[in-house]
Design a protein around this ligand. Structure first.
Ligand SMILES: Nc1ncnc2c1ncn2[C@@H]1O[C@H](COP(=O)(O)OP(=O)(O)O)[C@@H](O)[C@H]1O
Ligand SMILES: [Mg+2]
Length: 337
């Protein structure tokens, strides 16, 4: 394997200078993704430099100018505490014409906006929940064709931020209240999507010319009350005690009814192509009792932690973690910008 100069970039909650040694941070639980990727890069024998981005893009420009890497391994998602600046960081990498891993600007732009993604998928006849976007600059008026109940979410967020049981509303008043909450308290535009009842699957996809669909993962809601909407709220995703209490677990999806594996694979492959995604991505989908498949969300740069969905699916498919990280690099340097 060729040894490469890899610049690993990621989010830092505070400003650090170039060359800052993140050894102490990498021991903390919150930094597991960075640590996992770093260790995998070490294992693969690469020469690694670290750069934590917080609020100064200048250090990225300087670093690449003075220490041009063969490839940037991109884990950066936040800038100035804004998750939608992920695409702007990639835009800088594109201008610097340095190879980098993960989604490109257009992938992050299209998938970062839950409304825009659905408009494109709809054009290609891929099923998504019926939805309406509520911008802060407009009056809030529900179109009649949007049927309740709906899930109200921030338009540009991820990782279930802003999503709780109160996000599912079944009357006009609650809908308006929740939209206002997102507009005013979270300072974001909102999207309301018809609530799709069904199993929730996470489908990871890898590749460029050849696109591989990895074994499906599924969230199981265990003992969570049947009368409550079963959705992956912030708590259901990240609060370990809450997950334990209700026996919420992420597992490999059990057997699906005849023909559905192939149907889901084909839908995800097609969605990956029409959104022009590259290297890897993850689809959050719902499967109804009637066998309809809806894409809820497309994660253009899904989490790469060793214990998260994509890495788990890859491992199940016979790709150990360090190989997965190498495969992502190989895909990235194969494409000339
Ligand atoms: N239209 C919908 N119908 C049913 N559940 C939904 C819908 N939209 C979102 N959810 C639930 O909310 C969770 C988070 O929504 P998602 O769009 O994936 O946002 P995030 O980017 O925060 O992961 C989903 O995993 C799902 O459980
Ligand atoms: Mg999601």
């Amino acid at each position: 394997m060729k040894k490469l100069k890899v610049l690993l970039i990621f989010d830092s909650p505070y400003s650090t200078a170039r060359g800052y040694d993140f050894a102490r941070e990498f021991q903390e639980e919150d930094w597991n993704t960075e640590r996992d990727v770093y260790n995998a890069l070490l294992e693969n024998g690469h020469q690694i430099r670290l750069l934590g981005l917080c609020d100064d893009i200048g250090i990225l420009l300087e670093e690449i100018k003075e220490n041009k890497p063969d490839v940037v391994f991109n884990l950066a998602e936040v800038f100035k505490e804004k998750t939608y600046f992920d695409k702007n960081i990639v835009a800088v990498l594109e201008m610097l014409q340095v190879p980098y891993t993960g989604a490109n600007l257009s992938g992050l732009l299209l998938c970062g906006d839950k409304g825009l993604t659905k408009k494109i998928l709809t054009f290609h006849r891929i099923k998504v929940p019926n939805f309406q976007v509520f911008y802060r600059t407009r009056n809030i008026r529900r179109r009649h064709r949007l049927k309740l109940p709906v899930v109200v979410k921030p338009l540009l967020e991820e990782a279930s931020r802003g999503i709780s049981q109160a996000s599912v509303v079944d009357n006009e008043e609650a809908l308006i209240e929740r939209i206002k909450y997102i507009h005013e308290s979270l300072s974001m535009d909102a999207i309301a999507e018809e609530y799709i009842e069904g199993r929730e699957l996470y489908v990871s996809v890898m590749g460029n010319k050849r696109i591989d669909v990895l074994p499906f993962r599924e969230i199981k809601f265990g003992q969570f009350p049947q009368e409550e909407p079963r959705i992956a709220t912030y708590k259901a995703k990240w609060d370990n005690e809450y997950r334990k209490k209700w026996e919420i677990k992420n597992v490999f999806a059990g057997r699906l009814p005849e023909g559905l594996d192939a149907k889901i694979e084909s839908i995800c492959r097609r969605a990956y192509r029409v959104l022009n995604l590259q290297y890897y991505a993850r689809f959050d989908i719902r499967l109804t009792a009637q066998g309809n498949v809806y894409i809820l969300e497309v994660n253009a740069n899904p989490c790469l932690a060793a214990d998260d969905e994509l890495a788990q699916s890859a491992e199940h498919d016979g790709i150990p973690y360090s190989k997965l990280i190498q495969k992502i690099i190989d895909l990235a340097i194969a494409v000339k910008s």
